[in-house]
Design a protein around this ligand. Structure first.
Ligand SMILES: [Fe+2]
Length: 501
């Protein structure tokens, strides 16, 4: 268990960001201020200034998605509403370059013509008879598959394809013309087969669908999954042969949604958490559901097979109840929802006997976790997390935590007063010989000066702090998910063909 005090800086000032859209100044919302504020600038810069020395065997790209609202929503603003923008920091031969580009979504294109927002953001109210009834921003996740980056939305939307070298949107993945549904954030790419394994959700039965896309981008498997009702899982995991789907007792009431137009999530502690295990190309009837303590998981680290057992590690929230503070008025739901309390946990499921076990591995408040993604589905010992304050005002990432999953021990690097991080993927060193033989890369922002940098750590010595700090030419707003794209995969595959013109 962690022995050190949590870092908490809840009294931080949230000032106006000079590079934010003008409309944000007249809207009182902490997610429109300071390092959370959206930016409307797309940037390209090469040969960036570096403090320290970039290793020459760091070859590839750090890419990160996040929200940037160009137009003011007609309804109450939520941090999750912003138009997707992908930031890329490219490393080659000891040099770094940066670019940022909006995801050219259908909604953004329509709003650019209209000059105003067109669809409500996630706070509602919604007219659920409209299709779509809320805005797909593609702002949540970014995944490299079939030679392109997929920008994905957590509410399930279109999988927008981006050229990984330019970050230009080149179209929408139609999975060889066979895709009939939306796709959630957090599909997994199997590094062995190149398959993309995904799910999507709905408010009508079937409440979940599950699919597999080949390395070449063709849909090869797609099935409905029986759930007791509309649910809100956010992630899935894969092993070499299986996929693990989620059903948590934290979900919205679809009757309230239909009658009043609001998605209101509620925790049901009388119901279990359930994980459904099925063969990679199995059917709905093949799904075996295993029950565990009630709670919620935003993000899993990884899963793998160990004999008859499935082992799965992730960031578990034992009580996902929205912590509303009355004095925060109309923002109380949003602010409360984003005050995460999660710890690292291990679940085990025996496919032969049906036995289960679950174990808390540590007590630090951590989320936004990544293993070496080249090990998705295979045993992994290390993962890299963001440390959150226990009682934050808004979402803040205060430290990088590296876990050793063999005993739950960890080392960490506190960013220092005023510096806030982002999801931090592992980048294998060219010629790597051990699981943590490489680097960890992340974007950090000085919340007072509103200046961003990209920090590079030796993964085997996180506590020593970054070995190189790349000065970025623009502020990078707080955001969601990041990945490392190895240089050989990034540059050796042909540029994706445009399908949007
Ligand atoms: Fe996520």
């Amino acid at each position: 268990m962690g022995e050190r005090q949590e870092v908490s800086r809840g009294d931080r000032a949230y000032g106006i960001a000079p590079d934010a859209p003008a409309w944000t100044r007249s809207v009182e919302n902490p997610y429109l201020r300071g390092y959370h504020a959206p930016t409307i600038h797309e940037t390209t810069a090469v040969d960036l200034q570096v403090d320290g020395e970039l290793p020459r065997d760091l070859y590839g790209a750090y890419v990160r998605n996040g929200p940037n609202s160009i137009y003011q929503p007609a309804n109450l603003y939520h941090w999750f509403d912003g138009d997707g923008m992908v930031h890329g920091v490219y490393f080659d031969d000891g040099k770094a370059s940066y670019r940022s580009r909006f995801v050219r979504t259908e909604a953004l294109a329509a709003e650019s013509v209209a000059g105003r927002s067109s669809l409500p953001g996630i706070m509602g109210p919604f007219d659920t008879s409209a299709d779509p009834y809320l805005k797909d921003t593609a702002n949540t996740d970014v995944v490299f598959h079939d030679g392109a980056l997929l920008a994905l939305w957590y509410m399930c939307g279109e999988p927008y394809r981006l050229d990984p070298r330019t970050l230009d949107t080149v179209g929408v993945a139609d999975f060889g013309g066979r895709r009939k549904t939306s796709v959630s954030a957090h599909p997994k790419v199997d590094p062995r087969t190149g398959e993309l394994v995904y799910f999507t959700l709905g408010d009508e039965a079937p409440f979940m669908r599950y699919g597999v896309v080949s390395r070449e981008g063709e849909l090869v498997h797609e099935i409905p999954i029986d759930l007791p009702g509309p649910r809100s899982p956010h992630d899935l995991t894969i092993t070499e042969r299986y996929s693990i789907l989620h059903d948590f007792p934290f979900f919205h009431d679809v009757e309230i949604l239909r009658r009043h137009g609001y998605r209101v999530a509620k925790f049901h502690p009388d119901l279990p958490s359930r994980f459904g295990v099925l063969p990679r190309r199995g059917d709905n009837a093949d799904v075996r559901w295993f029950e565990f303590e009630p709670g919620y998981v935003l993000h899993m680290v990884n899963a793998w097979e160990d004999g008859d057992w499935i082992v799965m590690d992730g960031c578990f929230q034992p009580d996902p109840t929205i912590r509303r503070r009355k004095e925060e008025g109309e923002l109380a739901s949003m602010l409360g929802y984003l005050r995460i309390r999660a710890h690292l946990r291990r679940w085990r499921m025996n496919l032969r006997t049906g036995e289960t076990s679950e174990e808390q591995l540590d007590d630090q408040n951590v989320e936004f976790c990544l293993p070496d993604t080249e090990l998705y589905g295979a045993p992994s010992r290390y993962s890299y997390h963001q440390l959150l304050p226990v009682e934050p005002y808004t979402v803040e990432f205060n430290a990088l935590v590296k876990y050793d999953h063999r005993d739950g021990s960890s080392v960490r690097h506190d960013y220092g007063e005023g510096w806030l991080g982002s999801e931090a993927p592992f980048a294998r060193r060219v010629g790597s010989t051990a699981e943590d033989d490489g680097y960890v890369v992340e974007i950090v922002t000085d919340a007072a000066a509103l200046q961003s940098q990209c920090w590079v750590y030796h993964a085997q010595d996180i506590a020593a702090g970054p070995i190189a700090r790349v000065r970025l030419p623009a502020r990078v707003p707080s955001g969601f998910h990041a990945k490392w794209i190895p240089g050989d995969q990034l540059w050796d595959s042909p540029a994706p063909v445009r399908t949007d013109q």
